[in-house]
Design a protein around this ligand. Structure first.
Ligand SMILES: Cc1ncc(C[n+]2csc(CCOP(=O)(O)OP(=O)(O)O)c2C)c(N)n1
Ligand code: SF4
Ligand SMILES: [Mg+2]
Length: 314
């Protein structure tokens, strides 16, 4: 028996949230206003720096509470949203990107930031990473890569180098690590950058550029786990005798093959924007489908549109 839908009752809470108008007088948030709990990371953890720079970004770009959305999976790095006094989600291990996709697609007025670790991104969340990148869903994904599972106390991660001794590889890692930059480019990410938490100005510059990109922007941010992989990134830190090599000025960021070659350089490799490409986002393509459909069903109530769809399926 087919059912006929009727008008739903008015729901008192069902009103659009109208954010305050963006006036010149409205000041940006200060770090104090946007910092929540004291981070529970170990003293010296690289993740502190990434959080401090996110606060700086919020302050500098005058993002207000109702516009800040921080999403994460599970891991030390994924505790990130707890420490930000704004909207955020600490979601399921490896599933931050699908959750963030829903927010991004339904709220075009926001820019969603996703933070997480190498295990969260490339192990359990590996498929989501590839699919979110290929769909070019607008958001910024910053992977705080420490080459180890930190929260669960030292297991081999997909980015651990060969020979790394951990609780899961007592004799040293035997599997070849993935290269996050190559993977992001190959998967179809339209903005791919690399930075390191020990260079704060550079991290901020990458976050800003990523936020301004209309599409899926990916940042690999080296962030040392001082507890389980001390000194992993010394070779990338001039203060520890290493080298911080920026992407050569002559590099053409729209050249995918050249970006891939840069990504293949031996560690410490390069830092900066490797690849950037402009193509329509899923957000824009879906919005266009919705716009043209709404044109066709103009004047109908929501339930009538739904009924029409059910009737078509008969
Ligand atoms: C479904 C599921 N599997 C496994 C775990 C256990 N677990 C929690 S965090 C984590 C890995 C964390 O490593 P990473 O993502 O690199 O973050 P880090 O702690 O290094 O910042 C694992 C395996 C879990 N919480 N949920
Ligand atoms: S275990 Fe490692 S990644 Fe986790 S908080 Fe401590 S230093 Fe940071
Ligand atoms: Mg990790």
């Amino acid at each position: 028996m087919s059912q006929t839908l009727t008008d739903p009752p008015e729901r008192p809470g069902n009103v659009a949230v109208v954010p305050p108008p963006a006036t010149e007088e409205r000041k940006g948030l200060t770090k104090k206003e946007v910092a929540a709990d004291h981070p529970t990371w170990c003293p010296g953890c690289g993740d502190f720096s990434v959080l401090a720079l996110y606060f700086k970004l919020i302050e500098k770009r005058k993002m207000w509470h109702e516009k800040i959305t921080t999403v994460a999976g599970i891991g030390c790095s994924s505790r990130f949203p707890y420490f930000v006094q704004a909207h955020g989600v600490h979601y399921i291990h490896g599933r931050a990107l699908p959750f963030a996709s829903g927010i991004s697609l339904s709220r075009p007025d926001l820019h969603v930031f996703v933070f997480g670790g190498d295990g969260d991104a490339f192990s359990i969340g590996g498929n989501h990473f590839n699919h979110t990148a290929r769909k070019n869903i607008k958001m910024t994904y910053c992977v705080m890569d420490n080459w180890v599972y930190g929260l669960t106390k030292k297991q081999t991660s997909p980015t651990s180098p060969l020979g790394f001794k951990s609780k899961t590889d007592q004799w040293g890692a035997v599997d070849y690590p993935i290269n996050p930059m190559k993977q992001a480019i190959a998967a179809g990410a339209t903005f791919v950058a690399r930075t390191t938490s020990t260079n704060p100005n550079h991290v901020l510059a990458m976050m800003e550029a990523a936020m301004d990109h209309d599409g899926f922007s990916f940042i690999e941010c080296l962030s040392e786990c001082v507890e389980f992989y001390e000194g992993a990134f010394d070779a990338a830190n001039p203060r520890k005798g290493g080298a911080f090599n920026e992407v050569p000025k002559s590099h053409d960021v729209s050249d995918e093959l050249e970006a891939y070659k840069l990504a293949g350089a031996d560690f410490p490799g390069y830092f900066g924007i490797f690849y950037k490409n402009s193509k329509p986002t899923k957000n824009a393509r879906e919005a266009e489908i919705q716009r043209s459909y709404m044109e066709k069903v103009k004047g109908l109530k929501d339930w009538q549109i739904l009924q029409k769809n059910f009737d078509r399926m008969k």
